[in-house]
Design a protein around this ligand. Sequence first.
Ligand SMILES: Cc1cc2nc3c(=O)[nH]c(=O)nc-3n(C[C@H](O)[C@H](O)[C@H](O)COP(=O)(O)O)c2cc1C
Length: 328
Amino acid sequence: MLKIGNLTIDNPIFLAPMAGITDHPFRVLCRQMGAGVVYTEFVSSDGIVRENLKTMDLMRFTADERPIGIQIFGDDPETVGNSAKILNEKFDPDIIDINYGCPVPKVTKRGAGSGAMKDLCKMDDITQAVVEAVPLKPVTVKMRAGWDNESIISTEAAERLEKIGVKAITLHPRTTKQQFSGRSNWSYIKAMKEAVSIPVIGNGDVVTADDFMRMKDETGCDAVMIGRGALGNPWIFKAIQAKLNGTNFFHPTILDRAEMCKIHFELLKQDKHEKLCVNLSKKHFAWYIKGFSGAAEWRSKFVRSENIDEIESHLNELVNDFALNYSE
Ligand SMILES: Cc1cc2nc3c(=O)[nH]c(=O)nc-3n(C[C@H](O)[C@H](O)[C@H](O)COP(=O)(O)O)c2cc1C
């Protein structure tokens, strides 16, 4: 059993925070599929202290999503600390996570996200402010390996963050300069794990149950966080649990995928206004509906859909067609 501060976590397979993706519907699905912890996307501390409505909406969650982490980012220690206090009082998440990994220039040029890795004293100050603002809540950090190959700071930063009182660290071991190119270098996860005694959560390029086992074996990490591997594939959490328990996992059939589109769509309909529901359905369906003959035609039907009714009628066609024609 894994513990992050005073929080006990049933299984060590986490859903990564992903902007525009890990909203309430997707988090609910991933929890149902066995994710041990889910996260909101990164939320601006500036927006939180201004109580901007859109920002506040990103942090709304329901009890069935717990344990959930709300992730924040910002460059000014006082603001980030205040934002943690406000969100803790309003939402009471299980974890507050600080983002030191975002590589987007709009964020990093102010010293927020992975920009903080260029100045470890500033990273200390931001973290300290959050830990002091919410003394009873586990505060965690998610970071990259460093700004570029010449400045890998993850192990040194982890030692400093542990002293400040952070209760776990997630490492996506690419540099900011790398963005998402190349491979993540798991040896940095191993180095971090050897340097600190708080839990280390490994992240980067895990897309199968075998990858999960390999990352655990090679790095000794306490948990694994999965991002892109869950897109169109929330079953990945079940597949990994089955591997850990030595039980069988039956890969989703094409019909299962079509039915998952329907379930996801229903959750989106309940949660979003029509335009957003339609756009997000198109985005997620493109991930669910792929890898079989005829997939491209189905995807383009959804892409051309303009409203909820059109999506709904194509979804019914899709499920009926698959139920009739695919008997894997
Ligand atoms: C579309 C997208 C949005 C992301 N948004 C966030 C975010 O809001 N906060 C964060 O810490 N990381 C974010 N990430 C990074 C992921 O959490 C993760 O670290 C990265 O994708 C590597 O893991 P993976 O190989 O399992 O995808 C995002 C990644 C993607 C692809």
